[in-house]
Design a protein around this ligand. Sequence first.
Ligand SMILES: Nc1ncnc2c1ncn2[C@@H]1O[C@H](COP(=O)(O)OP(=O)(O)OP(=O)(O)O)[C@@H](O)[C@H]1O
Length: 921
Amino acid sequence: MYAFYSLLVYIFYTVFKKEEDTALDGACGETTEEPGHVSMETGSRRKGSHTPKLRKRQSDRISDSSSSSSDSDELSLSDEDADVDDSYTVPAKTPLAAFLSFKQETEKKRVSSVHTETGEKVFESPLVAVMSHLLSFLEQYSHLQQLQQQAEQYRMQLCRHRVQHRRKMKALRSSYRQRLRDKRSVIHSLEEAIAQQQTPSPDNDTGSPGLHKLVQSLCGLQGERSLLRGELRLLHSQLEQREQDRHSKVQAFQQQIDELKSCIEEREEEISKLRIASGATDSEKRVLCLSAENESLKQSLSVTQGLLQQLSIIPSQSSSLLIKENENLRSRVLQLESTLQQRVEQLSHLERQSEQDKWCRGEELRRRDERVKELQLELDKERSKEPIVKYVTQTVEVESPSTVRQLTETRQKNEQLKHRLSSQKERCKQLEEKIRLSDEVSCNLQHKIAAYEREIGTLQAELMKEIEHLEEKKDEAVKAAANCSQEQFQSLQDQFMTLQQRLNALPPTLRSMKTDYASLRSQVRNFADFYGSAIKEAKHQISAAVNEMSEANKDLLEKYRKEVALRRKYHEQLVELKGNIRVLCRVKPVLKEDQHDECQAVAVTTDPHNESALTVLSKGKAKTFELDKVFHPQATQEEVFQEIEPLITSCIDGYHVCIFAYGQTGSGKTYTMEGPVENPGINQRALKHLFNEIEERKDMWTYTVNVSSVEIYNEVLRDLLSKDGEKLDIKINPDGTGQLHVPGLRIKEVKNFQHIKKILATARRHRITFGTQMNQHSSRSHALLTITVQGTDLATGTKTTGKLNLVDLAGSERVSKSGAEGERLKEAQNINRSLLALGDVIQALRGRHTYIPFRNSRLTYLLQDSLGKGNKTAMVVQISSLERNVEETLCSLKFAQRVCKVELGPAARKIESGGHCENYS
Ligand SMILES: Nc1ncnc2c1ncn2[C@@H]1O[C@H](COP(=O)(O)OP(=O)(O)OP(=O)(O)O)[C@@H](O)[C@H]1O
């Protein structure tokens, strides 16, 4: 029996060991040994060899997991750990347990059969009790193993969760970092844009409120970002702290499990000792001991179970905590993401705003550009005035205030001199008047003397004849006396006496005549002396005055001359600045023939203090017109010419000049341009001035003056210097200069002023005029006198070509008013049409149109190269001051004002040097 139990115990140990190995291998891998296989090795040795191995494996796993947990960045889980099955299965009954239960059952049956056979009361055998104890112990042990496996699985799960959580955290962190980087780059670019916007520029001085807001929100965003970062760092540290706590707890549990295991091993050793040392008789005691120990083991097992349960709960709690934390973190991350999303939306909104701002600024900039362009244009205009301003400034700077003072003094002195000159002139005039009177007296006296002399001569002749006759008669009488009677002698004596008386009667007259003659002669002689002395005295006075002036005020005169020259220069520049188109207005005086008219009321008034304004009273309203110069009705031809003179000079310098008279029919255009023979107008005076200038420059320049004259009558061009009056045409010059040219037109070279007078007279003769209701000698055509002045600089050979067009336009008229019919009507219509074309050209020039309709009429076509840009133009608007012509006057003045606004730009000088023709401004 003992041998049987010993064998049983041995088998039990062997199988138990096998089971244990199988169970351990089942935890680590698959077992290859079959159940029931019995090894001959001793149980103690085997136990000692396998327990450290198990411990080592477990500690390795823990250390692996801890090492892996310590490495947060390089976190990874082995495949083996990752593939651990989560499902927990209750292990099947072990072969040892099956064997024991089988043996127990067999033993029970055997004992019951023995007792049934003997009839004794059935007692439970000790073997069965031991077996049942062993079975229960085995169950508990397997349960413990299951619990260990569970704990291991939980640990694995925990590791996996942790790894997954770290992976997620890592991914989140990297994505968050990426977003942060993106935002940072966006912020950086925005900051750059803001810095660019904030750079001091005249346009961005004030900055936009949108941009300011953008900057503020970006700052807020950056603050929030740093706050979020701080929070994230805090969370991270909390997580690490918890991880460390969990790790220390796991380690503590592991220690407890190890302690329990070592306890179990000790108990096993004791059981084996008991099994070996105790006999069958002590088995009961031993069983009791064992049961007591078993109880204690149970208690410890229950404690262990509790601990294990705790252990199983704690990981789950920690994992749930972690999950919660994870969720919290996730929600936090979501919150952060939503905040970021909001910020991104805000940013995009701000970006849109900034885009709008940019667009607005672009618009603003575009508007400013346009304004700058306009200003640039104005500036360009102003710059063209710069040289003069510079010159004036320089002059003023150089001459300084003292010079200005000197200048004012000079002016005053000049005024005094002028005054003295005028008084001298007055005196000269008086003297001249006296001389003229003396001349007249002497002339009369001479006439008288001559008459007396003639009378004396005839009387003397008569006397001589009478004396001769008497002498003859006397001789005859003497002869007769000698031959005739006394009576005859007496009668003859009587006759002689009467003759003697008559002869005696003659001397008083003769004597008075002689005395008269003598006194007259003496008077004449004396007058000549008086006259000579008076002239001498006057001359002496004048020369004394001139000497006095020249000696005392030589420098003043010099300055005066300089000032005059400067004024002329400024005047020229002023003319250029005014756009080289000047509008002058001449008011026709009310003539004697007009005074008989019923409607002789005057509607035009000039201002003596303002030379450029005049007022027209129409329908009870006064309208004031501002022009360059207004000549009052009493203005002389010379005064008008004085205004034109600088233009004539510039023609000699090589400019194209056009002077034309415009106005209502009968308003005085021909009077102003041609003028009567005794009081010539602009044409003659201009040519006289031209030749005077040429004469003055003859040492430095040679000039050739060519003249041509045409008229445009009913849109037909006629040569006024040709008797034939053949029709002419306007063509482009074939010389390639692009200039206009009239083939067949007579061009006469003029040598001196006398020559031109004849030419002008010829042209005047050939011009078509008719009497109309408005004008007795109305010019029915436009007359053009063209003077070309070609100059050559004797020193340099430079050539200039100036052109002067003097135009007397036909008068505009209201057909209804002028009562034109038939041929006159046609003329009037043609005149009005061509004047309209001139108006269109002026309008186009004023509006700076690219196309100027020069070709719309013969007049404008012919004037093309003198009316366009770079030329100098002066228009004399002739107006009538009478009330009945007020409408025509208003029309003419409105046209004049339009012309005033035309800008021809700076005039260009036509200079040819070295075979090249150039235009110089
Ligand atoms: N300023 C003036 N002083 C004196 N007489 C003048 C003046 N202006 C014009 N007249 C006289 O007025 C008359 C008409 O002048 P004129 O022929 O010059 O007019 P017009 O404008 O040329 O007319 P039309 O266009 O019909 O030819 C002439 O007899 C002229 O002598």
